[in-house]
Design a protein around this ligand. Structure first.
Ligand SMILES: Nc1ncnc2c1ncn2[C@@H]1O[C@H](COP(=O)(O)OP(=O)(O)OP(=O)(O)O)[C@@H](O)[C@H]1O
Length: 241
């Protein structure tokens, strides 16, 4: 069986010399993979390549065996994503925004839209225009949008951005539930190190454009008192930028 995600020598060199450099990684189906790194390390760049928003300078990503460059439609047919900020049509309601996205998926009906609103705690705001939404509500809608097609892989860039405590707990439960009950794979970047520790079962650290370490969370916590200690140790070991 193919891996959920495979990076092969993934490289993106922007004209200013920054980007990501030779990332190699395998994420298995059902894993909740945390992608950690300081500001500017290259996380969003990798996630944009994974979702076809930008092209790599060199190397490739395969999603369930399909190359993002050669078989884009097939690769993306399994993916739901939220990259950077969650955008929506402000003069449409949350429900109408999801209806627009649903047009891309023949099997997504009104029942599934309501389910996704419920899963993300938006049911009571379903018929409000998103113009009036707070950052956290917009983020919830972005996640509902990513869930809509019931994808096998969810790529989420800072999914907890703007969420309140209850929202974070809900999201953590949702991620665990989908990975355990449906075998959904997650690839998540986050600055919230404590949440990554509680949510992800494997963690990769990106520093200065390179993937410097990948470990199982339980092994990290066997050797370090917290993910934060491990992270600081990795930053020191690899030298700051
Ligand atoms: N379009 C671009 N043109 C030139 N440089 C860019 C571009 N996008 C990103 N970069 C640079 O590439 C590096 C990686 O950026 P990226 O946005 O991937 O980092 P990140 O790890 O997601 O950071 P953050 O945690 O702040 O979101 C940074 O040094 C950034 O300045």
């Amino acid at each position: 069986m193919s891996h959920a995600i495979e990076f092969n020598h993934l490289t993106k060199l922007y004209t200013n010399g920054r980007g990501i450099d030779d990332l190699n990684l395998i994420v298995k189906q059902g894993e909740v993979f945390g992608f950690l790194g300081p500001n500017g390390a290259g996380k969003t760049t990798a996630m944009k390549i994974m979702t076809g928003l930008i092209k790599p300078t060199f190397g490739d990503v395969k999603i369930f065996g399909a190359s993002i460059q050669e078989q884009f439609v097939q690769a993306m047919s399994h993916v739901g994503c939220l990259i950077e900020t969650a955008e929506s049509f402000q003069y449409l309601t949350a429900y109408e925004n999801l209806q627009l996205s649903a047009r891309y998926y023949p099997h997504v009906n009104g029942k599934r839209i309501s389910e996704c609103l419920e899963l993300t705690g938006l049911t009571k705001f379903a018929h409000e225009k998103t113009k009036k939404f707070s950052l956290g509500m917009k983020q919830r809608l972005g996640i509902a949008n990513a869930l809509l097609s019931n994808p096998k892989l969810l790529i989420l860039d800072e999914p907890l951005n703007g969420l309140d405590v209850e929202g974070m707990l809900d999201m953590r439960h949702l991620i665990k539930k989908l990975s355990q009950e449906q075998g959904t794979t997650f690839f998540i970047s986050s600055h919230l190190i404590h949440d990554v520790e509680l949510t992800c079962n494997r963690i990769g650290i990106v520093l200065n454009s390179r993937l410097v370490s990948v470990d199982h969370t339980e092994d990290i916590l066997r050797n370090f008192s917290s993910l934060e200690h491990y992270f600081v140790n990795e930053v020191e070991r690899n030298g700051r930028a």
